[in-house]
Ligand binder design. Sequence first.
Ligand code: NAG
Ligand code: NAG
Ligand code: NAG
Ligand code: NAG
Ligand code: NAG
Ligand code: NAG
Length: 411
Amino acid sequence: MTNQLTRHKQEIRKQNVFYPNRISADLILGSANFPSNHAWSKSSIIPKVGVLFVVICFLLYVLWGTLDVTIADCTECNFSDETVHARLNESYLVCNEVPADHRVFVHDRALRDYQALPMIYFVTPTYPRREQIPELIRLAYTLLHVPRIHWILANDLKACNAYIDGLLKRFDLETKVRFAHHSFILGLPFTHLASPMPEFYRRKKPMPRGVANRRAAIQWLRQRNITNGILYFGDDDNTYDLKLFSEIRDTQRVSMFPVGLIEEYSVSGPVVRKGKVVGFLDSWVAERRWPVDMAGFATNLAYMAEYPNASMPYKPGYEEDLFLRSIRLNLNIIEPKANNCTEILVWHTQTKNRERTTLRISNKYLDDRSNLGTLIKSLDVMGIANSSDNEGRRAVISKNGKAKPLSYFLS
Ligand SMILES: *[C@@H]1O[C@H](CO)[C@@H](O)[C@H](O)[C@H]1NC(C)=O
Ligand SMILES: *[C@@H]1O[C@H](CO)[C@@H](O)[C@H](O)[C@H]1NC(C)=O
Ligand SMILES: *[C@@H]1O[C@H](CO)[C@@H](O)[C@H](O)[C@H]1NC(C)=O
Ligand SMILES: *[C@@H]1O[C@H](CO)[C@@H](O)[C@H](O)[C@H]1NC(C)=O
Ligand SMILES: *[C@@H]1O[C@H](CO)[C@@H](O)[C@H](O)[C@H]1NC(C)=O
Ligand SMILES: *[C@@H]1O[C@H](CO)[C@@H](O)[C@H](O)[C@H]1NC(C)=O
């Protein structure tokens, strides 16, 4: 029993090294429901007391595991220099690169009014999944309101995704003439990279998601000698307040600010005293020197250029920490933003992920007799859903509250 418990605990802690809060929260929720659903009759009180004892032990043990993790257990915290500066050597494809800003107005001002502002390089790692396209559309519409921005979208795929390329072009000049009536959405400068995670890491658990993409983006900046401007890692599933961009734009070296909806505390960010960062509020410490979220800091590229070995190693949970270590960050130079870190200008919203759907619908009806053929084909292209004659979830079509066969409508 003790051995089993110990082993179980070790397993949990091992997992907790990366996802402490989610797992322990699940366990606590699961076990809390347990006793409350049972009515306790007098006749069987003795065995029930035994069960209660076990449940309490289990709760205590889960709680202990959680506490233990917060005061950290990190077998690799003395990262070697080679780990911290893992050489950027992955290959990636440049699918498309449009550096020119073709917007005429941003907010209520002409584009030229913003020319003196430093450029923000907004690096978004993204990966194929059902939610990918809607996330990117939402983010694109946010970025269109931001002057002097270059969106580096790095997709976790070996080849260039033509649909995403088309989407990005929609936000650029090429289609301006064709979509003249939509001109308000056009003109965002972007670079589209295909930067797949090396196979070796794809087999790991947890997977170091987004690292290959960010590493490719850093390489892209290096290879173009871009040492002017601001680097910001903005995931595709966050919510960004437009004020964030004006705040980070004057980052001298490294700026930091709180991120909302992070894990157990619902927030992660610096503790600021007298205008200086003195510590960090984050529910997962794990000996991280810089326990911050990826969206919780920005770096000036001129400062970063002083550290040619700057890198982001493949260490799930430690990406931010190791990146900031690789540019030799120290507390004294951190610039607190968002009104001395009292405001939340970026949220780790996250979209609920689900498997792609297969709709069971006879292929013979997916022609131009109705919209369904084109609609379902476009869902397929976006990686959201496909159709099959004989598998998946049956697609029910109805009229007046009654299911009808498609032949009813199409014959
Ligand atoms: C990490 O480094 C510190 C100081 O250099 C040392 O005291 C500690 O034992 C090291 N920990 C491990 C796990 O190597
Ligand atoms: C990149 O470097 C790592 C070691 O730093 C090495 O293991 C890996 O094989 C290299 N990959 C390529 C594509 O050169
Ligand atoms: C970047 O700078 C290096 C060294 O100064 C130079 O060799 C290289 O040609 C430059 N690359 C570009 C794209 O300007
Ligand atoms: C932050 O706090 C410092 C010290 O109290 C103060 O001087 C500074 O004006 C504050 N900054 C903002 C943006 O409020
Ligand atoms: C960068 O790494 C190389 C090779 O590991 C090393 O020789 C050099 O000193 C490092 N540079 C800096 C600035 O740390
Ligand atoms: C539909 O997608 C599923 C995976 O989501 C795949 O297994 C299946 O082969 C696809 N079916 C067709 C007809 O493309």
